[in-house]
Design a binder for this molecule. Structure first.
Ligand code: RB5
Length: 238
């Protein structure tokens, strides 16, 4: 009887955990709700275990508890990382950066603002490096860089392995940079792009997926350029 009750409780707990995990992933696009939801969820979760404190001494349920905490942590990290955009600008686009951060948050994304934090003159390669390094080292999946024209930022960012930074000026180039080039850093010029166009570009870029297929091979050739001995680009062309 005790075993039966225990199994029922275990089953219910497992269902609860799976549901929680799925829910965490579903709210992927609602980062603003994330903090609120998670704090409420964890509060209830730990209250439940505290109430049933004998569970802590039961090895069977103890394992389930710790595994589930691990599972939730993974789901949480997954949803946070996917939803987080790392962003930086120089003085030439400081104002646009602030506006894009506000827009991103309105759209449900988390942002990591790597500066600059004023309109005082700075060197764009320093800020390109902050975002490009984070994307190159897979700390974040996608980033945004802004300078006067967007050109300096993309030149600097593209020195980092695995970075595909694209300077775009309109919806079409934003869409193509995702569909064909799988760009992982969006670059916009603060002095060349109007506010409304920048918002359009941002949403298009965020919502467009890489097409893959024939473009996979081309992206691979770009990656090969990063390791000289494995460089395949140009070999088939006479
Ligand atoms: C800064 O004056 C300007 O050179 C920079 O923002 C950017 O346009 C470089 O490409």
């Amino acid at each position: 009887m005790l075993l039966y009750r225990k199994n029922r409780r275990t089953k219910a707990l497992c269902i609860d955990i799976v549901r929680a995990g799925l829910r965490l992933q579903r709210i992927n696009r609602q980062a603003q709700w994330n903090k609120l939801y998670h704090s409420a969820f964890f509060y209830n979760y730990f209250r439940f275990f505290k109430q049933k404190s004998q569970l802590l001494t039961d090895p069977h349920l103890g394992i389930i508890m710790w595994t589930s905490i691990l599972y939730i942590k993974v789901a949480f990290n997954f949803s946070m990382e996917k939803n987080t955009i790392v962003i930086a600008s120089d003085h030439g686009a400081f104002e646009l950066k602030e506006k894009l951060i506000a827009r991103l948050e309105k759209l449900g994304y988390q942002t990591v603002d790597m500066g600059t934090h004023s309109a005082e003159s700075v060197d764009y390669p320093d800020y390109a490096t902050k975002v490009a390094r984070a994307v190159s080292e897979k700390e974040y999946e996608r980033g945004i860089l802004l300078c006067g024209t967007g050109i300096g930022m993309s030149i600097a960012a593209n020195k980092w392995p695995g970075v595909r930074a694209a300077t775009v000026y309109d919806n079409y180039t934003a869409r193509m940079s995702r569909m064909h080039n799988n760009s992982n850093i969006l670059v916009i010029g603060g002095r060349t792009t109007g506010e409304e166009t920048a918002y359009d570009i941002l949403e298009t870029w965020l919502n467009t997926s890489f097409e893959g297929g024939r473009h996979d091979k081309r992206i691979q050739k770009i990656s090969d350029l990063e390791t000289k001995e494995n460089n395949s680009a140009g070999k088939e062309v006479k």
